[in-house]
Write a protein that binds this ligand. Sequence first.
Ligand SMILES: NC(=O)c1ccc[n+]([C@@H]2O[C@H](COP(=O)([O-])OP(=O)(O)OC[C@H]3O[C@@H](n4cnc5c(N)ncnc54)[C@H](OP(=O)(O)O)[C@@H]3O)[C@@H](O)[C@H]2O)c1
Length: 225
Amino acid sequence: MMSTVDGRIISGNWGDEQLTKTYAGFFEKYHETFESQAWMCGRVTMERDFTDGVQPEPQKPDSPIAREPFIGDKNATSFAIAIDAHGKLGWNSNQTGGDHVVEVLTEQVSDDYLYYLQQKGISYIFAGKEEIDFSSALNQLAELFPIQTLMLEGGGHVNGSVLNEGLIDELSLLLLPIADGTPGSPTTFEVSSYLQKKPATQLQLTEVQQLDEGVLWIKYRFGNK
Ligand SMILES: NC(=O)c1ccc[n+]([C@@H]2O[C@H](COP(=O)([O-])OP(=O)(O)OC[C@H]3O[C@@H](n4cnc5c(N)ncnc54)[C@H](OP(=O)(O)O)[C@@H]3O)[C@@H](O)[C@H]2O)c1
């Protein structure tokens, strides 16, 4: 993740477009230094940064569809995981940036949306009836796909949900020299009000590097791991 000194993560509020592009370049560069088979984002981040807001076109299946996992590409080796509790995301194809798309859904999603994903060859799993159970999601991802390490890449609400379930073991943060202050703007970890908030987590600092443009690259291990 990258955030301002006040923890805010929405780059659209940072003014200087050129500098924001430079920061995004750092994000991509340092992302590549981690070895993982998958990356995971929330529905809002996927819509804004990866699908360009493509709308789904649900279609009626001939018969009801069971709530069981669907594998759209058995040969895939790298994965983009989308947290999409209500089945809102549309896709042009079953991959983004070369990574096979896996949707993490809840059981309330309509058969029409499941049929749409099947027609597109997009994999999906179910984790929870109405809210995402991240523990179940991560277990299924490891069992059904060749995924051992997963990089969680925002936004703040998905990060907050996974944090709250105690499932994060490392944080890599680019701390930007910006004081944002935008009211209500998501921070690195946002635990939604419908979740039962657990106590704060203690982190252990493992590495700090000063980069160009006054950016700090900070790594922590989580106290519970
Ligand atoms: N600075 C950075 O490093 C960075 C990195 C990534 C993203 N971003 C930015 O962050 C912004 C989006 O962040 P965000 O916090 O608003 O959204 P988000 O985390 O991308 O997505 C939140 C959505 O995920 C679903 N969700 C999360 N937790 C859930 C749970 N426990 N159960 C069910 N569903 C759950 C909900 O989807 P539904 O609403 O569909 O139910 C929720 O609205 C974007 O502007 C993006 O560009 C910044």
